[in-house]
Design a binder for this molecule. Structure first.
Ligand code: PEP
Ligand code: MN
Length: 354
């Protein structure tokens, strides 16, 4: 049977049971300066953890393999300087102990999803583990891998869907949101999504992230680079810092406290755009309800209905605005609505009592 969802702490943040995480950072830690610059950008955007690989599983042995434990120290320093916990991949059992000393979360990559010795070793390290689904594994096999980590004593395990290999070649992987949702009914562990490795191309990362968020993922892990054309790995799929900011604003993740008025204003602008779109939609509905009322010979103005609308705003906004705030907001919307409905008393859109 499936127990209630659990939240796994990632430093001061969490994923699961209603808490949602955004883990962002470069594919690989390339230099102290690179990781610090990107750490500042992801903290400013509002991410809740910093990612960065120091042991990189590369298809070719001649490709950049990562800066190892030295890179881990750069990642730790960058995380500390912006106040974010760090997530990094462990590739071999012998790396678990040194990585666990400095990393907040140990990531097990897709290629090692069924490396059972590594799963056991990481599960016994006393750190949260982020387990990616292998690109050739079923949901059942993914959850069986999770059992290895849990059986080794780990209580803080996060699962991550990152795209599976199919016949499709237009994307690097095929993001299996259906599989992620199916896993939801089979486990109480948090489920996050990696749209970057699934897409393999920048233009699809944000749309896939949106889809995952809409599907109720407990978080995202996203690759970000400020000079992707010069990245030592996965540059083609890296979001730019501004893309990450826009994504965070869109999904409602609050910006980090970087002290910049401009950054917070960008987030406020995104909220205002959403409110404006909702107001337009509400007014269009008012026009339609007016048409229905006219056909049925019902009066346009309905004070009992207005009272219900006001009560709903008062209840929803109760704690967060001063006493009359909710009422004034409801009055303004009702006034605009009456105007849209063509109620003769609503000449100026100031409210029913104007
Ligand atoms: C990564 O997160 O950089 C990575 C190598 O991911 P995956 O194991 O999903 O390919
Ligand atoms: Mn990568």
């Amino acid at each position: 049977e499936v127990k209630p969802p659990v939240a796994v702490a990632i430093g001061p943040f969490a994923a699961g049971a209603g808490r949602r995480a955004v883990i962002a950072g470069p594919c690989a830690v390339e230099s102290p300066e690179q990781v610090l610059r990107i750490a500042k950008a992801v903290a400013r955007a509002g991410a809740t953890a910093l990612r960065g690989g120091v042991f990189k599983p590369r298809t070719s042995p001649y490709a950049f393999q990562g800066h190892g434990l030295e890179g881990l120290r750069w990642l730790r320093a960058a995380g500390d300087s912006v106040g974010l916990p760090i997530v990094t991949e462990v590739m071999a059992p012998a790396q678990v102990e040194p990585l666990a000393r400095l990393a907040d979360v140990l990531q097990i990559g897709a290629r090692n999803s069924q490396n059972f010795d590594l799963l056991r070793e990481a599960g016994g390290a006393g750190r949260p583990v982020l387990l990616k689904r292998g690109f050739g594994t079923t949901v059942e096999e993914w959850l069986a891998s999770a059992e290895y980590v849990l059986a080794a004593g780990c209580r803080d395990l996060i699962l991550c869907e990152r795209g599976i290999r199919t016949f499709e070649r237009t994307t690097r992987g095929t993001l299996d949101l259906g599989g992620m949702l199916a896993a939801r009914s089979l486990t109480s562990l948090p489920l996050i999504v990696d749209p970057s490795h699934a897409a393999g191309r920048r233009d699809l990362v944000v749309p896939l992230a949106r889809a995952a968020w809409g599907a109720g993922a407990d978080g995202l892990i996203v690759e970000v680079h400020d000079t992707p054309e010069a990245a030592l790995s996965d540059g083609a799929q890296a979001l730019l810092p501004a893309d990450l900011e826009a994504l965070c604003d869109e999904i409602g993740v609050l910006p980090g406290e970087d002290g910049s008025v401009e950054r917070v204003r960008t987030a406020i602008d995104a909220v205002d755009r959403e409110i404006s779109a909702l107001v337009s939609r509400r007014l269009e509905l008012c026009r339609r309800v007016a048409g229905a009322k006219r056909r049925l010979g019902r009066p346009i103005r309905d004070e009992a209905r207005e009272a219900t609308v006001k009560a709903r705003f008062a209840e929803a906004l109760g704690g967060s605005v001063p006493e009359t705030g909710a009422e004034r907001l409801a009055d303004a919307l009702i006034g605009l609505g009456l105007h849209a409905e063509g109620w003769p008393g609503a000449g100026a859109p100031e409210g029913p009592d104007a």
